[in-house]
Design a protein around this ligand. Structure first.
Ligand code: TXA
Ligand code: MG
Length: 332
């Protein structure tokens, strides 16, 4: 299917991808159309472990070689200068290209089979633009239903990591140094251990990344992040105002508490376990019919950066909704 230009969703260790032939502009256009994604947002090209990076990148800096050796296959995407013969469509017209070698065995089998491992599979997360990324095959079905533009969905079970790959921009090393475009399981300090410098934060010249928009990874229900210390009081106020609330938390709530929640998911308070379950939890709670999805604020600290980044984007605008729903007065 991929070789004939069709789209195939497949599992990776981070989230499910919506794949198409990276060198076929019609297939790339079909990905953008199915996702409803603006065509200037670049796609990541997925490669087999044996792939020739020099085919895709105009220049492969030593830092990239060291990072690939340390973290590939795995949840790290590297942005490099794009080789001239690679169609710009996949990069949203930019002069760079995002490359990643996933570790999921089904993804690897697919990439090794597609054009005998010599091709690249362009794949954004297999969800509609701005929505929560899928971590199971069922999530992909929920996103695209029976849309005939999707040729097949490969089912590889629940994604292990659960949040999207770390994205590191190495395409402007001379002018900007390494830049972390999206935090993920592979942290900035682990990257620094390999290349000797801590990656910087994106500046205004950094390449566009939709995963860096203020609102992204968002369920349909408004999301509000509430610190643990204010959680009970907030829930009680919302109950008094007869709001329908779904709750994502990790603290134990007092036993005997009689609060009617539209939905509730409790996750273990460890960044890896939390990330693994986060999107499935958001999807489940999004279907509970709640007016508001309250998320207990997660700990700070480097290991939580990826999770906190996704929660902050999901909760964009949620604070205002929380204030409105807890306000006393005639609106209640
Ligand atoms: O874990 C992942 O990265 C998943 C799985 C399927 O591999 N893919 C994923 O793709 O999250 P997507 O399209 O949802 O997010 C990819 C991000 C986007 O924010 C995109 O803008 C950025 O990577 N990106 C891709 N190529 C780029 C480039 N050449 N320059 C800057 N950003 C790029
Ligand atoms: Mg995405």
């Amino acid at each position: 299917m991929l070789e004939s230009g069709r789209l195939v969703a497949f599992p990776t260790e981070t989230v499910y991808g919506l794949g198409g032939d990276a060198e076929n502009p019609a297939a790339v256009a079909a990905i953008f159309a199915l996702k409803n994604r603006p065509a200037d947002h670049p796609l990541i090209v997925h490669l087999a472990p044996e792939a020739d990076i020099g085919y895709w990148a105009a220049h492969v800096p030593d830092e990239a070689v060291a990072l690939m050796k340390a973290f590939w296959p795995g949840p790290l995407t590297l942005i490099l200068k794009r080789a001239a013969h690679i169609p710009p469509d996949v990069a949203g017209g930019q002069d760079s290209v995002g490359l990643r070698c996933p570790s999921h065995p089904v993804a690897q089998a697919l990439l090794r089979t597609f054009r005998q491992g010599k091709g690249g599979v362009a794949a954004p997360s297999a969800n509609r633009f701005g929505h929560v990324s899928p971590t199971t095959a069922q999530h992909v079905r929920d996103e695209f239903g029976e849309d005939s533009r999707l040729g097949a969905i490969l089912d590889g079970g629940q994604s292990e990591v659960g949040i999207e790959s770390t994205i590191l921009d190495l395409s402007r090393l001379d002018s900007a140094g390494p830049v972390l475009l999206r935090p993920g399981k592979i942290s900035a300090s682990r990257i620094a251990e390999v290349i000797g410098v801590l990656p910087g934060a994106p500046d205004s010249a950094a390449p566009r990344a939709s995963g860096t928009l203020a609102s992204h990874y968002a369920p349909g229900t408004p999301v509000a992040i509430v610190p643990s210390a204010r959680l009970l009081q907030t829930l009680e106020t919302l109950e008094k105002r007869q709001r329908k609330v779904a709750l994502l938390h990790f603290s134990l709530l007092p036993a005997g508490r009689k609060m009617a929640l539209a939905g509730e998911v409790s996750l273990y308070c460890s960044p890896d376990v939390y990330a693994h379950q986060l999107y499935a939890a958001l999807r489940q709670l999004d279907m509970s019919g709640a007016d508001l999805l309250v998320v207990e604020e997660t700990p700070q600290g480097e290991a939580w950066k990826g999770v906190n980044d996704r929660l902050r984007r999901a909760a964009y605008n949620g604070q205002g909704v929380l204030e409105f729903l807890t306000a006393s007065g005639e609106d209640a």
